[in-house]
Design a protein around this ligand. Structure first.
Ligand code: HEM
Length: 401
């Protein structure tokens, strides 16, 4: 189903800030010609980015709005994260108790629950959006850079999930700096970064490490995410969006505002379901980290993995791949599993537009699934999914280690 453009169908007047005859402008300026919209350049921005930006009518449909719904979901994640900054302190001695108290508070629990459940939605939407783009082969020709920015966005979303997991500071959260320590030790950089996983058992040593991951989570990665999202949207506008070959293309154009209405229409039930979940289902704070005396694991001989405490679903493939290389190749330290999986998955995605040779997008299901022209691309996306699914499954069947 495509959203109807209403009055804007097929024709959009491109209004300029200087145009006094435009009704929108005269409303804004209350007749003076110097309203706040002109003063802050809003009229010009709306004319360029929304009213005067025409897109194919057929892109106002479900599969082509998921990138926008993902944008809404990311924006809400940033807003709830910014609110949580006022009540969270990255102190290894108190962070677990802070999280637990927030989850017991009627006011804060929905905010924290939403921030947590919404990260699952973001993961799901990134994967579905990426697969929609892959099936459309919408990276061909001049859009290879656009796909590459998308891959970088997926990487930043992954890094946000990992650093966010740390902040719960339960045993799962504690596993993050623990594995960072193992990684630095494996590549011989432990001295440079003053990182040893065993030292994390000392709370005084753990706090600066928690603060570093907190800084990444609340400043560095969100800034990078915003930059990449702006670049992503700019390139879509500049290079032009593909056409959904599974619809009959009529040639009609709609203003971008119609597409934004479609975002709202599909986004409301999807994000709304997460809001409801956040109010009715409190997330478990998990067991306290093993470096606190209140933890059931205090004084344990093993790290979180050895105790069978594994990461949350969107990043569970990391622990699964650690287990995989340890079981199948006897590889130690097993953190190499995560490193190898990250390299394989990133390379697979980056190479897709380079091996998918045709310059134009497919116009039918037959062309989209033509293995003679797209065989290598399908092989690479299969490698991506095989790695992730192997990690997720191994994490389920053999979590301890
Ligand atoms: C993580 C945040 C992301 C956001 C907010 C986002 C947003 C969007 C939006 C709004 C569109 C317009 C069409 C649509 O909604 O389907 C789009 C298109 C596109 N995206 Fe993304 N995207 C993200 C991630 C990705 C990823 C992970 C990839 C691929 C690896 C990717 C590759 C593309 C490409 C190539 C297009 C052009 C599609 C076409 O012309 O049909 N994006 N993105």
């Amino acid at each position: 189903m495509a959203i109807d453009a209403g009055e804007g169908i097929g024709y959009v007047a491109i209004m300029s800030e200087e145009s006094p005859s435009s009704p929108a402008d005269s409303d804004a300026s209350s007749g003076s010609g110097h309203g706040w919209r002109e003063q802050f350049g809003v009229t010009s921005l709306l004319n360029t980015m929304v009213r005067g930006y025409l897109i194919p009518h057929e892109t106002n449909t479900f599969w082509y709005t998921l990138g926008g719904v993902l944008g809404i979901s990311l924006a809400l994640e940033l807003v709830t994260g910014a609110i949580l900054v006022f009540v969270y302190t990255p102190d290894a001695a108190t962070a677990y108790q802070t999280t637990k108290s927030l989850l017991e508070s009627g006011w804060w629990a929905p905010v924290l629950n939403f921030h947590f459940y919404n990260s699952y939605l973001i993961f799901g939407l990134v994967m579905i959006h990426m697969m929609r783009v892959f099936v459309s082969a919408a990276y061909r020709g001049a859009k290879k850079g656009l796909w590459t920015i998308g891959v970088a966005l997926a990487g930043v979303v992954f890094a946000l999930s990992v650093t966010g997991e740390t902040l719960h500071w339960d045993e799962r959260g504690f596993a993050v700096p623990w594995h960072v320590g193992e990684f630095f030790e494996a590549v011989g950089l432990a001295g440079v970064f003053d990182y040893s996983h065993k030292s994390l058992l000392d709370v005084a040593f753990a706090t600066p490490k928690l603060i570093q991951l907190y800084a990444l989570h609340i400043v560095i990665l969100p800034a990078l995410l915003l930059l990449l999202v702006v670049l992503h949207y700019y390139l879509i506008k500049k290079k032009g969006i593909s056409l959904p070959f599974w619809h009959k293309i009529g040639g009609r154009k709609d203003p971008f505002s119609t597409h934004m209405k479609a975002w709202a229409m599909y986004g409301t039930p999807i994000v709304g379901a997460v809001v409801v979940l956040a109010f009715v289902w409190n997330r478990d704070p998990g067991p306290a980290p093993q470096n606190l005396p209140i933890s059931p694991y205090f004084g344990a001989e093993h790290g979180p993995g050895g105790l069978g405490v594994t990461s949350t679903f969107p990043i569970s493939w990391t622990h699964g791949m650690n287990r995989f290389v340890s079981i199948v190749f006897n590889m130690e330290p097993d953190i190499w599993g995560t490193v190898i999986a990250m390299v394989v998955m990133t390379l697979a995605l980056l190479l897709i537009p380079l091996v998918d040779r045709p310059r134009t997008e497919p116009r039918s299901w037959k062309e989209a699934f033509d293995l003679r022209t797209r065989g290598w691309a399908f092989l690479l996306i299969a490698a991506f999914w095989a790695t992730m699914i192997t990690g997720i499954v191994v994490n389920q069947v053999s979590p301890v280690g």
